[in-house]
Write a protein that binds this ligand. Structure first.
Ligand code: F6R
Length: 608
């Protein structure tokens, strides 16, 4: 999604803005731009394409002078990627420059009204409407104009505004789109995400919806929609700068894959004390837990796939019926839930628009909401009744890896915790689950030590056209994730199927040389998977099997095998996912794809 940065301070703004935008590149974008006040007026430079195009255009920012400015990387929604549709968008007279993340839903209606009043539009964007409206309402006070505009626009937005009449300040606001304020010494910032400002400060404000910030180099004031001052709490970001750097790896994705043992350990360790699972952070009482007759899980993409694993795991350990929904479907299907329902919301960014909307719908219906989130203080974390943070650290690559693994870790912790509280697991099972959990990081390390084997397999298959991932039960959940990982970063078509479902249609797609990745980690279903491997091989498929070290009989069925260490069945997904991530990574690398920023994708999807 679009990235916003804003700077006001003592040094030249343009290079700071370009550096900040570079740190937001991971979010996905197709054009970039900056606007700087140069003493006489607002200078804008923007261009379709990579940030390098803008860098060349401005000679790394040196052609644009001034110590206050806003910058933007655009992920096109309204209007194709082009120079003119890039942000900043400027009002008719050039007085206002605006950067925007999100969607103004009623922009057409507003645009028509303004055109009737003689305003000329140059772009197809919804953002230009904001710039023109600001100018229309401006009577000498930017804050007043901003409040008027916010009363007229519908949709989601993070906005950064520069006005030539008040060149010492940036005015910014957010609603349903992330925006933080960075607090420096003699300089202040706005940004869509922390990495953009981490080189300058670690003290931030997280803005709530419709809080308007007026940013000057030596002051930051926050107001509500009634123009009353709002007291904000400073959040100190603990991240190491190196956490948001590649640290010698060729790609963030490679680094993040390798960070998984630490991320999983960091997520599990604080919640294990004296051999017991402890959740100090949640306020859910045992009485409330006993009152739940149903659990819903809502999430998108990979987080949804964690939800699919969670359904199997929770139903087995907690014995409460679980439904998993893709968040964008959940809110429009009139789900049946109420105070006896626990709604688990899973999100790395904590800002995904569909997931946030699902969370709000669940709350509206009276359910208890518990979120599993990576970004501290994000909207989903703030709005949930309870939040359990995954301690994965910043995840920069668009394709999630370490956040996924830490979400799984929380699912296991939560299942053991709830299962125990409801008396659904024995002491013996409890103790064995804890031991298995503690062993996970080392087992992940062991798999990562064999990454060359996966690289070899990738070299065999990086030219294939189609790949099918099949599995049963938890292995089916892993197939979903393996397939998504591969297709999103390598652009190879792939699909995931419950292995038993193949013969009901999909098997007709198998032909000579089709690659089938067969996940067969679940012992009790191994024989069934062996039959499915035979079925596809008989039709010409090449089978790459993934199973545990003790199930060597797979060699009778599969052409190639990757072994993972054994673990209790419910935790095998934490291990099985690693070769799938590595396979996608190496295939994508061999195809020369842009691994960290796959085409058309954004890291944090803040539009519905
Ligand atoms: C895939 C991927 C996406 C996200 C999805 C939800 O690799 O990263 O499918 O999982 O967009 O994002 P969050 O977890 O931020 O809500």
């Amino acid at each position: 999604m679009c990235g916003i940065v804003g700077y006001t301070g003592e040094v030249q703004a343009a290079p700071v803005l370009l550096k900040g935008l570079e740190k937001l590149e991971y979010r996905g974008y197709d054009s970039a731009g900056i606007a700087v006040y140069d003493g006489a007026g607002i200078r804008v430079a923007k261009a379709k394409g990579r940030l390098q195009v803008l860098r060349d255009l401005t000679q790394d920012g040196s052609l644009i002078h001034g110590t206050i400015g806003i910058g933007h990387t655009r992920w096109a929604t309204h209007g194709a990627p082009s120079d003119v549709n890039s942000h900043p968008q400027v009002s008719d007279s050039g007085k206002f420059a605006v950067v925007h993340n999100g969607i103004i839903e009623n922009y057409l209606e507003l645009k028509e009204k303004l055109i009737k009043k003689g305003v000329t539009f140059v772009s197809e964007t919804d953002t230009e409407v904001v710039a023109q409206l600001l100018e229309y309402y401006y009577k000498g006070d930017i804050l007043d104009a901003m409040i008027q505009v916010l009363r007229r626009v519908e949709g989601s937005y993070a906005l950064g505004v520069l006005c030539a009449d008040a060149p010492d300040q940036i005015v910014a606001v957010r609603k349903d789109s992330p925006l933080i304020v960075g607090l420096g010494q003699g300089e202040n910032f706005i940004a869509s995400d922390v990495p953009a400002i981490l080189n300058h400060t670690r003290d931030i404000y997280r803005l709530n919806d419709n809080e308007i910030v007026v940013l000057k180099k030596d002051s930051v004031q926050v107001f509500n929609m009634d123009k009353e001052p709002v007291e904000k709490k400073v959040t100190h970001v603990e991240w190491d700068i190196s956490a948001a750097e590649k640290g010698g790896y060729e790609h963030f994705m490679a680094k993040e894959i390798m960070e998984q043992p630490k991320a999983v350990r960091d997520t599990i360790s604080p919640r294990l004390r004296g051999g017991r699972v402890v959740f100090d952070e949640i306020s859910l009482t045992p009485e409330q837990i006993r009152s739940f007759s149903k659990i819903f899980i809502v999430a998108c993409g990979s987080a949804y796939h964690v939800g699919v694993v969670a359904k199997y795991v929770l139903e087995q350990t907690v014995r409460i019926p679980v439904e998993v929904d893709v968040a964008s479907e959940f809110r429009y299907r009139s789900p049946i839930l109420g105070p006896d329902t626990l709604v688990l919301v899973i999100s790395q960014s904590g800002e995904t628009a569909d997931t946030l909307a699902a969370l709000r719908e669940a709350k509206r219906l009276g359910a208890y909401t518990l979120s599993i989130v990576n970004v501290v203080g994000s909207t989903i974390a703030n709005e949930s009744d309870d939040v359990i943070y995954t301690w994965a650290g910043p995840e920069i690559a668009v394709a999630t890896t370490k956040a996924y693994s830490t979400q799984l870790a929380v699912v296991y912790l939560l299942s053991i915790y709830l299962g125990d509280l409801l008396g659904r697991i024995s002491l013996e099972e409890y103790n064995s689950y804890i031991g298995e959990l503690e062993a996970l990081p080392d087992k992940i390390t062991k798999i990562l030590e064999h990454k060359d084997n996966i690289q070899y397999l990738a070299s065999k298959f990086f030219n294939v056209r189609d790949v099918f991932f099949i599995g049963r039960n938890l292995d089916y959940a892993m197939s979903l994730e393996g397939s998504l990982k591969l297709k999103e970063i390598s652009y190879i078509h792939s699909d995931a199927y419950a292995a038993g479902e193949l013969k009901h249609g999909t098997i007709s797609l198998i032909e000579d040389g089709t690659l089938v990745v067969a996940l067969a980690t679940q012992k009790r279903l191994f024989e069934k998977m062996a039959s499915n491997m035979k079925e596809v091989k008989a039709r010409g498929a090449v089978v790459l099997g993934v199973t545990t070290e003790d199930q060597k009989q797979i060699e009778k069925e599969a052409d190639y095998v990757f072994y993972i260490p054994d673990a209790c069945p419910m935790m095998l997904p934490s291990l099985a996912v690693i070769p799938l991530q590595l396979f996608a990574y190496y295939v994508s690398s061999m195809k020369g794809c842009d691994i960290d920023k796959p085409r058309n994708l954004a890291k944090s999807v803040t539009v519905e």
